[in-house]
Write a protein that binds this ligand. Sequence first.
Ligand code: C2O
Length: 442
Amino acid sequence: AETVPFAHALPLPKTLTPLTRGATTDVYEMRMREADVEIVKGLTSRVRTFDGTFPGPTIKACQGRAVEVRQYNDLTVNAAVHLHGGEVHSEHDGLPMDVIAPGGNRTYHYPNKQRAASLWYHDHAHHLEAENVYKGLHGLYLISDAEEKKLPLPRGAYDVPLVIRDARVETDGTLRYTRPSDCPHMLVNGKERPYFKVAARKYRLRLYNACANRYIRLRLADGTPFTQIASDGGLLERPVQRDELLMLGGERVEVVVDFSRYSVGQSVVLENTGALPTERPEVLRFDIDRRSTDNSEVPARLSTLPPVPRGTVERDFELRTFPAMTINGVSYDPDRVDVATTVGSSEIWTIRNVEAPLPAPPDFHLYHSFHTHLTYFRVLERNGQPAGVRDSGLKDTVCLGPGETVKIAMTWGPYTGQYLYHCHQLGHSSGGQMGRIDVNPA
Ligand code: C2O
């Protein structure tokens, strides 16, 4: 459907209220079900949701307090709920074969022993995750901690998640799952190219690339830089200035933007310079509509990261899309252990994207987004050079352009059992670009 940009106000996903708050655990319940929503102005789209909203409701957790979520599957397809970025026991990880059948339910337990970070939960049912996530099965899960709460960063109404994803909405409203070069609609928090009325002050923006199959490259149209404060695994040690943010599916980048540099009545557009020439680059328009006091600050020192793991075990991985979706020549087989390791093992993984660059876009399917469950990693090198700012901090998903190689370091743990690593271009993981890692007791 042809659309006019900036027809919707930016919605904010609602925060889910716990059913009960116990001494140690907050208990939630959600129903996965179909719902009719307005994505493109004037059209009704049938989507798959967590609890009726698109995207699903946000869970706010804090370090040291566990969360339990009972998920009812009222859909007509299997679903498995994975907490992306969550350090959770294997049986609560939402593994591809560990599904909730239609009509069933299951309770997932999340310990939340980890540091503050912007996580998300989404479907992971084997072969179905790309379409399920695309059709709406994803929501946010934000963990806070005492260290982060002490910082004078923008908070409350000035701490805003922006879940960005593409879509194809037909003229009858159908949300159709198809290749990214046929997905011209860019959505933020479930609405096509919205506007957001902001005060002339600092905002913390939690950016998510929730696209099933494409990268986005974000910049502010007037060139105003972003101050990046966090990545997948939470706060960086120090803020860094970024002009442009290349994000693959699954990646999170948190930035602070100071709108006090604009006067009331001005606007600035967040655009995707990774859009195809046939697509509109606009993603979201910020309309500066009021003055405001602002006591927030971005401190020069944000956090202390755990030391970079000193890997003793080295492993190599090669990702290919042609002739089949493989890692090291094989597609996912839930009964085959691709990597056996022990809890506490510090490792260096070299990951290669062996696709050759194309002379022109659309090249989305030649990118890979390498993701590990259970543990965060540090990026050591990209193409033989020390990792730069775009790879800083604790990561769980790393971008690999055609022909690129990255070296990452991680320590496996804190739990044992069966986990996964895979490409987070979900068409690739659905097609089998995924491996099984068993973390065995020491
Ligand atoms: Cu966000 Cu295994 O995925």
